[in-house]
Each structure stands twice: as structure tokens, then as C-alpha cells.
Design a protein. Structure first.
Lengths: 213, 261
């Protein structure tokens, strides 16, 4: 029995059922009972939420273990311990008063949100400098890409039109002809790749299904 | 009343046609023994080479799973990423390299954890799997970025692999890895992220190569056969595009109208 649950058969059957229901609804919507596909999508959300609970518990257990490990740096131990305290505290507030309560909203608006915004602001400066450092002409294709990037930048920036109005036409041509045709080729390839991956999953030959090899 | 929803008839024809071509490729490879000789992308070959380099240098390998949930529209990309994660974890376990996987997604966390644990077990090195092997850092994009940048510096990583679904954090983490002296191996499906990957990575997979990465890693005849099928599908798409080009140039809307049925 346990072998049956550990094998890839059950997930594979579930995948087949879900694929047939979703495809059936998409292509044969008129004659297909839409309730099936709605139910499948609802269950996807439910299972994803269960995965969040499993993930949350794993993360909490790991933080507790790290905070108790003597070989770890003291600052990191305190950080992990503090993380556990905060998580349990917010979970308790959310459970006791509800996620729409004033207390929970206060915690979200005045503690979590400012913290995220602060981190975001600090990182965004790094992003600007990272772009500057990363965009180097290290090879022929990257040189062409860099030139195209500069031309599109000058098309979009107001100063570009002031320098030379021709930047608009060149930038538009790069976006509408070169960029779009290349992008569509990649998109067609990606869709074919996704179909191929789906077939390999349906045949049980992708590693994500457990003991498939 | 039509059985098939109006406007989706040709979509179904294309889907079935593509599926048949891929199944033909698989059948040719598995049942007829004509396994296609497909060139392995440099990024896949580089994973093995640089995991070995990490062992020699005594520095860890970092694998990032990408952002977003498995239930989102990035699900297919995440599935492809898990194939590469399995391959890299097995290589790291086999060569006894220190392996760290970070994720900003609570839904990917248990899946990645199970895959890495199984890979280590398959290679006979379950003791190498520790609490630090897989780490959830934050589901907030920029908080994740700052945490992973700190981890890169602290652990002094030698290889950073980020193949999958990434957003604005992509370029930041690539640059931070480069600052740590690490080699970057990346892969992106979204056209919006491909330029960033191209600039920031030493080796990278583009578009469909990400979906085919699992096949490249395993060298399994079935998976390689599916790649032959993919090439046939692309050939069919090119023929339709050329046909459309000729017909539209000749003033005919036949194909344009046909595609909308």
C-alpha cells in the first residue's frame, strides 16, 4: 500500500484527469460541463494553500533548529529566533482577531509594509548600478544588443528626441520589427517546448513525479 | 452548434499536430532505436564542469528556484526547473560538493526539498542533506534579493544556477554572484528576462532550451526523442509562416481567415 502512495502512479492519474478536464473545458466548452473545470481550478488553489502550510511549517522548524545550533554565528541565531517569535505572534494575532481586524491591519500597515518598502528602496539602487555593470559589450552579439538598448533608450527618453528626432524612427523599427520577430520566434519555441514537457509529464518521464526513472 | 468552441478549432488542430510530431520523435527514438544525436547546450555541460570546480575550490554551489507559485502561469517553467534541480543536486551529491538551494516560494519549497532529498538518497549520500541545504528566504521579491545576496557573500559561492521563472530580482542576484567571484548559469523563458540573463550569465538557456533542459541532462532516449519532435514542430511552424508570407504578399487572406476558425 505504501509503495502505491510512494509511486508516481497516483500523481500521474491526477495529472491526466486535470489535463483532460481543463482541455475539455477550453476546447469543448459548449458541450462540456464547466463545473468540472471550475472544481479542478478550485482544488489547484486548495492544494497550493496546503503546500504553503507544509512550506511554512518546514521553514519554522528550520529556523528553530538554526537558532538552537551552537556552531552558528550568534547574530544569525538571534535573527532566526526572532523570526520564529514574529511568525508565531502574527499567526496568533491573525487567528485570534481575523486577518481583516484592526490589530492585524495595523501590524501589516505600520510594520510589515514599511519594512518591505525600505528593503525595496535600498535594493533598487543596487539594481541601477547592477544594470550599469552588467551591460557590457563582451562579445559581438552583446555589442549589438548594447547598441540596440541605447537606441531604444534614446527613443523613450525625452532627451533623445531633443538630440535627434530620427532616434524615434530607429527605436520604433527595432521594437516593432527586430524585437517582435525575434520575440515571437522564442515564444513559438517556448510553447512547443511546453507541449513537449507536458507530453513527457503525461508519459511519466519527468523527474517531478517521484520515482519516474 | 459546433462541438468545438468557435475560434479554437485550429488551435486544437495545432495542439494535436504538435503532440503527434513529438510522439513520432519519441517513438522513433525509443522503439526504432534511432536516438537523435543532439548537441548538449554549453550551459548544461558547464553545470558538471563547475560543480567539479566548486569541489576543488571548497566553495558551495547555489541553486535558485525562481519566483512565483507552481499554481501560477509560470507552472510549466517551474516544472522544467525541477528537472535541472534534480540533475544538479545529484551531481553535487556525487561529487560531495556543498549544495544550497534557495527559494522565495513557499509552494516550491516542499517540492524542491523532496527532490533534493531524493537525489542525495539516490547517490547514496543522505547524510549530506542538512537543514541548510534548502532555504526559504522570503516571498517578498526584494527581501529575497537582499537575503540571497548576503548568503552569496557569507558562503562565498563558486557557482550560481538560476534557471526558471525570474523577475526583476534576476539581474541583481546575477550581479551579486559575479561580485562573489561565482560563475553564473541561467535560463529564462520570458522574452522580457532573456536580455538580462544574456548580459549577466556566463552560460544561459533561452526559451525552449529551458523546457528541454531535463532532457539534455538525462540523455534519456525518450526525452531526446521528444526534442526531435520539437524540431519537427518548429519546422511545421516555419512552413506555415512562410506560406502566410507568400499568400499575404499575393493579396490572399485565406490563411489569416483559416487561423481564426
Amino acid at each position: 500500500m505504501s509503495d502505491l502512495f510512494r509511486s508516481s502512479r497516483i500523481p500521474l492519474i491526477l495529472i491526466w484527469v486535470a489535463v483532460l478536464i481543463i482541455f475539455g473545458d477550453y476546447f469543448f466548452g459548449g458541450v462540456f460541463n464547466q463545473a468540472f473545470s471550475t472544481l479542478t481550478v478550485e482544488w489547484t488553489v486548495i492544494i497550493a494553500n496546503i503546500a504553503i502550510i507544509v512550506g511554512g511549517i518546514s521553514i519554522l522548524l528550520r529556523s528553530i533548529m538554526v537558532s538552537r545550533r551552537s556552531s552558528v554565528d550568534i547574530v544569525e541565531r538571534i535573527m532566526h529566533g526572532w523570526q520564529v517569535v514574529i511568525a508565531v505572534f502574527i499567526f496568533a494575532i491573525g487567528t485570534a482577531f481575523g486577518t481583516t481586524s484592526g490589530t492585524y491591519n495595523w501590524l501589516y500597515t505600520y510594520i510589515l509594509l514599511p519594512s518591505w518598502r525600505t528593503v525595496y528602496t535600498i535594493i533598487i539602487f543596487f539594481m541601477a548600478t547592477a544594470s550599469y555593470r552588467a551591460f557590457r559589450a563582451r562579445s559581438g552579439p552583446s555589442f549589438v544588443m548594447l547598441i540596440c538598448g541605447i537606441l531604444v533608450l534614446l527613443r523613450n527618453a525625452p532627451i533623445g528626441m531633443r538630440i535627434w528626432p530620427g532616434f524615434y524612427s530607429i527605436g520604433t523599427w527595432i521594437l516593432d520589427v527586430v524585437n517582435m520577430s525575434g520575440g515571437r520566434a522564442i515564444m513559438i519555441g517556448s510553447v512547443v517546448g511546453a507541449v513537449s514537457l507536458l507530453i513527457r509529464i503525461l508519459l511519466g518521464k519527468e523527474k517531478i513525479l517521484g520515482e519516474s526513472e | 452548434m459546433s462541438i468545438i468552441v468557435e475560434g479554437r478549432i485550429l488551435q486544437l488542430v495545432f495542439l494535436l499536430g504538435y503532440s503527434l510530431l513529438i510522439l513520432y520523435g519519441i517513438n522513433r527514438s525509443v522503439n526504432q532505436g534511432k536516438v537523435p544525436n543532439i548537441r548538449q547546450p554549453a550551459a548544461i555541460a558547464a553545470i558538471e564542469e563547475h560543480v567539479g570546480r566548486a569541489v576543488e575550490m571548497g566553495r558551495p554551489v547555489l541553486f535558485q528556484t525562481g519566483i512565483g507559485d507552481v499554481s501560477s502561469n509560470a507552472g510549466a517553467t517551474h516544472m522544467a526547473m525541477l528537472g535541472v534541480l534534480d540533475y544538479t543536486a545529484k551531481l553535487a551529491a556525487n561529487k560531495e560538493a556543498k549544495f544550497i538551494c534557495t527559494t522565495p516560494s513557499p509552494t516550491l519549497y516542499p517540492m524542491a526539498e523532496e527532490i533534493i532529498r531524493n537525489s542525495f538518497l539516490t547517490e547514496g549520500k543522505p547524510d549530506l542533506f542538512t537543514d541548510d541545504t534548502i532555504q526559504f528566504l522570503s516571498n517578498q521579491q526584494m527581501s529575497y534579493c537582499s537575503a540571497v545576496m548576503h548568503l552569496m557573500k557569507r558562503e562565498n559561492i563558486s557557482l550560481n544556477i538560476q534557471i526558471g521563472f525570474f523577475q526583476a530580482e534576476n539581474l541583481i542576484t546575477l550581479e551579486a554572484a559575479k561580485d562573489s567571484g561565482a560563475v553564473n548559469i541561467g535560463g529564462a523563458v520570458r522574452t522580457l528576462r532573456i536580455p538580462g540573463m544574456a548580459f549577466g550569465c556566463d552560460y544561459f538557456l533561452m526559451g525552449e532550451e529551458v523546457f528541454a533542459a531535463g532532457a539534455f541532462c538525462s540523455r534519456d532516449p525518450l526525452r531526446l526523442g521528444s526534442l526531435l519532435g520539437q524540431d519537427l514542430c518548429k519546422l511545421a511552424a516555419i512552413i506555415v509562416i512562410l506560406l502566410g508570407f507568400v499568400l499575404v504578399a499575393a493579396g490572399s487572406d485565406f490563411l489569416v481567415n483559416l487561423l481564426t476558425i
